[in-house]
Design a protein around this ligand. Structure first.
Ligand code: GLU
Length: 424
C-alpha cells in the first residue's frame, strides 16, 4: 500500500510514534486500503483543558489535562484517566490508540479513548484531589457520557476519583449517570472484581501461555515490575497458584528473594512504609537487574518504555506478560522475538481491566449486578478466547504475538469502519 508512514526516527521512544508504527505494520500485513491507516493514524478528537484548582494554602493552581478520543467505529470511546506529573499529550494520544485495539482484540463493543492530568496526586491533599477531579469532569463533560465516552481508572487514579467524577457529572446532567465511569466503588454501581481485573486478566494470559509452552506453574519463577494495582494483584495470584515470586519493585527500588516473596506481606509492608524497599529478608537490586533476572515469567506492570533495546538482550524470562501499557519498545520487541521469548502484548495481556469495565457498564445499564465469582469466570473466558485467537495467528504466520494481536484488532476496526461507510 502507498500510505505514507509516520515520520519516525529509529529508536524513538515517543509512544505515539511507536503506536503508529504498530498500526501501519498491521495495515500493510493485512493489505488494507490506504483509508484505514489514514483514519487510524491519529485520534479523531483531542481536547486539551486547563483546570484551575483552589489549593489549601489559598493559591489557585492550574493543571493541564487532555481527553483523547481515538476511534469509535465499534462503540463509545473507552479508556482510563491518568494523573501523572510527566504525562504528555502524545502519551495520551498513544494510550487512546492502544485502547481502540485493546478493546478490539477482546471484541468489546467499544472504541478507544484516554485522558490525563499533569499533576502529582501524591502531593495533593484529599480536598485538592477532589476539586481537581470535579474540575476535570466539568471541562470534558460535553464530550463524555455512558453512550459517548466512558473513562476509568489508570495510573494514580482510583475508585474514589471515579466517584467524585460521577457525582459531579450527575449534578451537571441532573440525574444519576453511574454508567459514565467504570472502576467505581461498589456502593456506587461498581463491579465486583473490577479492582483486581487488570492483574487477574494478565495472570490468565500468562497461565495460558505457560500451558502452551509446557512450563509448570508450580515453582515457576515470576518477576513483577511495578507493585501497584496491576502488579501486586498479578504477584498475589501467581503466588496463590504455586509460582515463586522472586522479585518485585516500585518507583523507589527493587527487592529480590530467590526463595520467593510473600506478595500479601509485601503489600502490607508497602501500605505501612510507602514502598517495597527494605522488605525484611529481601536483597536490594537495581531495576535493570530485576528485568534481566533468570525466571520463567516477567510481568512489566509499571510504565511505558521499560524494556528497551539495551535491556532486551539480557532478558531471561520465557514469557513476558505486559500488564502495563507500552512497556516494551519496538526494537526490544524484535530482539525478544529473535531470542525466542514470548511477549504477551499489552493490548491482550492488560485487557482484563477494560473487560471487567465492560461488565460493569453492562451491569449499570441493566441495573442487575453479578457476583464476583461470575465476573471472574467470565473474565477468564474472554481472556482465554482472545489469547487463543492471537496465539493461533502467531503460530500460523510466525509473527510476534504483538503483530498478530494488532492484525486482528486493526482488521476488526477496519471492518467496522467499512460497513459504516467511512472508507469511501
Ligand atoms: N486504564 C485501563 C487500561 O489501560 C482500564 C481502562 C478501562 O477500564 O476503561 O486498560
Amino acid at each position: 500500500m502507498k500510505t505514507e508512514g509516520p515520520q519516525v526516527v529509529e529508536q524513538t521512544l515517543n509512544p505515539f510514534h511507536i503506536c503508529q508504527r504498530q498500526v501501519l505494520g498491521a495495515c500493510q500485513a493485512l493489505g488494507l486500503e490506504p483509508a484505514v491507516y489514514e483514519i487510524l493514524k491519529q485520534p479523531l478528537r483531542v481536547m486539551e483543558i486547563a483546570v484551575p484548582v483552589a489549593m489549601d494554602d489559598g493559591r489557585v493552581e492550574t493543571f493541564i489535562g487532555w481527553r483523547s478520543q481515538h476511534n469509535d467505529a465499534l462503540g463509545p470511546y473507552k479508556g482510563g484517566l491518568r494523573f501523572h506529573p510527566e504525562v504528555t499529550m502524545d502519551e495520551v494520544k498513544a494510550l487512546s490508540m492502544w485502547m481502540t485495539f485493546k478493546c478490539a482484540v477482546l471484541a468489546l463493543p467499544y472504541g478507544g479513548g484516554k485522558g490525563a492530568v499533569r499533576c502529582d496526586p501524591r502531593r495533593l491533599s484529599r480536598g485538592e484531589l477532589e476539586r481537581l477531579s470535579r474540575g476535570f469532569i466539568q471541562r470534558v463533560s460535553p464530550i463524555v457520557g455512558p453512550d459517548k465516552d466512558i473513562p476509568a481508572p489508570d495510573v494514580y487514579t482510583n475508585p474514589q476519583i471515579m466517584a467524585w467524577m460521577v457525582d459531579e457529572f450527575s449534578r451537571i446532567r441532573e440525574y444519576n449517570t453511574f454508567g459514565l465511569m467504570t472502576g467505581k466503588p461498589l456502593i456506587l454501581g461498581g463491579s465486583a472484581g473490577r479492582s483486581e481485573a487488570t492483574g487477574r486478566g494478565c495472570v490468565y494470559t500468562c497461565l495460558e501461555a505457560m500451558k502452551r509452552l509446557g512450563i509448570p506453574v508450580e515453582g515457576a519463577r515470576v518477576v513483577v515490575q511495578g507493585f501497584g494495582n496491576a502488579g501486586s494483584v498479578a504477584a498475589r495470584l501467581m503466588h496463590e497458584r504455586g509460582a515463586r515470586v522472586i522479585a518485585v519493585n516500585d518507583s523507589r527500588g527493587s527487592i529480590f528473594n530467590g526463595q520467593g516473596l510473600e506478595p500479601a506481606a509485601v503489600l502490607e509492608y508497602k501500605a505501612q512504609t510507602g514502598s517495597v524497599v527494605g522488605f525484611p529478608g529481601a536483597a536490594a537490586i537495581s531495576n535493570d537487574e530485576l528485568l534481566q533476572l533468570e525466571c520463567e515469567v516477567l510481568i512489566p506492570a509499571a510504565m511505558e518504555n521499560q524494556i528497551t533495546a539495551r535491556i532486551a538482550g539480557g532478558v531471561q524470562a520465557r514469557i513476558i506478560g505486559e500488564a502495563a501499557n507500552g512497556p516494551t519498545t519496538p526494537e526490544a520487541d524484535q530482539i525478544l522475538f529473535d531470542r525466542g521469548r514470548l511477549v504477551l502484548p499489552d493490548i491482550l495481556a492488560s485487557a482484563g481491566g477494560v473487560t471487567v469495565s465492560y461488565f460493569e457498564w453492562v451491569q449499570n445499564q441493566s441495573g442487575y449486578y453479578w457476583p464476583e465469582e461470575e465476573i471472574n469466570q467470565k473474565l477468564e473466558i474472554w481472556m482465554v478466547r482472545a489469547f487463543n485467537h492471537v496465539f493461533q495467528m502467531f503460530q500460523e504466520q510466525k509473527v510476534p504475538m504483538r503483530h498478530a494481536a494488532f492484525m486482528q484488532a486493526v482488521k476488526r476496526v477496519a471492518d467496522g469502519m467499512r460497513v459504516r461507510g467511512w472508507l469511501g
